[in-house]
Design a protein. Structure first.
Length: 250
């Protein structure tokens, strides 16, 4: 005999287990702020690298490559291919700056990728083999870290079929703001064989790891009226070639 007792909806307890998981120990947070850029940051932004191709100004050869791209056969995501530069800087996952002798390591949670930023005076890309993450040379101008990356051989500019050439070059600008709680980031990409104008993305990364490795969201009312930071989403732009200048501190 089969007895039917009818439908029962889901039930849950009214009792919360544990404490307040999203609170950060003020003392540990202060120590982390004192480290400046050398800490873990998370980017609460939508990845720019999924934008449709028609939102860029591409060269004819790049458009032809997009038309031939097969989203199943060529898709780097389906092939578990780690992103190179500049796409690695578009993911929303945590990244950490680690100070080394004469260099900075930029470590990413996604694919355990590691970028090395060479700071030694006279560092140059000459005679350096090309790689997906390229060769990065940086220097400090006041409180701003400026980085130029070249020697990139990653086949894709984004994650959905826009190719890039060996001539691609990436300029980046990092600056800690908001009393140590935010990381201001600006990236400009130039590739005359792919982009007819330079691509630029700007965002603020105001989310840091707390002492137990969880994400902690900081709210900054001071930027509510600034398009660069509204909703913590990246501002994307196309910069005419004759108007581009790698800027230092503002």
């Amino acid at each position: 005999m089969v007895e039917s007792r009818g439908y029962r909806g889901a039930r849950s307890s009214d009792t919360a287990v544990g404490g307040s998981p999203w609170n950060v120990d003020p003392e540990k947070a202060a120590v982390a702020q004192g480290r400046g850029i050398f800490r873990v940051w998370s980017r609460d932004v939508r990845p720019w690298y999924f934008r449709p191709a028609d939102q860029y100004q591409l060269t004819e050869s790049a458009l032809a490559a997009v038309a031939e791209w097969d989203e199943f056969e060529d898709n780097p995501l389906l092939n578990c291919m780690a992103p190179g530069m500049p796409a690695v800087m578009g993911n929303p996952y945590p990244m950490e700056f680690v100070e080394r002798d004469g260099a900075i390591e930029l470590r990413f949670e996604e694919f355990d990728a590691v970028r090395v930023i060479h700071l030694a005076e006279g560092a140059t890309e000459a005679d350096v083999s090309a790689s997906p993450l390229g060769y990065s040379v940086g220097h400090w101008e006041g409180d701003t870290l400026l980085i130029t990356t070249s020697r990139i051989n990653c086949p894709y500019f984004d994650r959905v079929g826009i190719s890039q050439s060996a001539a691609v070059e990436v300029h980046e600008r990092f600056r800690v703001v908001e009393n140590g709680n935010g990381l201001e980031y600006e990236m400009t990409v130039t590739d005359p064989q792919t982009l007819s104008v330079r691509f630029r993305v700007v965002f603020l990364a105001p989310i840091a790891r707390d002492d137990r490795g969880r994400l902690q969201n900081h709210h900054h009312a001071g930027h509510q009226d600034n398009d660069v930071y509204r909703n913590k989403q990246p501002v994307l732009g196309l910069v005419p070639l004759n108007q581009f200048q790698h800027r230092g501190p503002r």
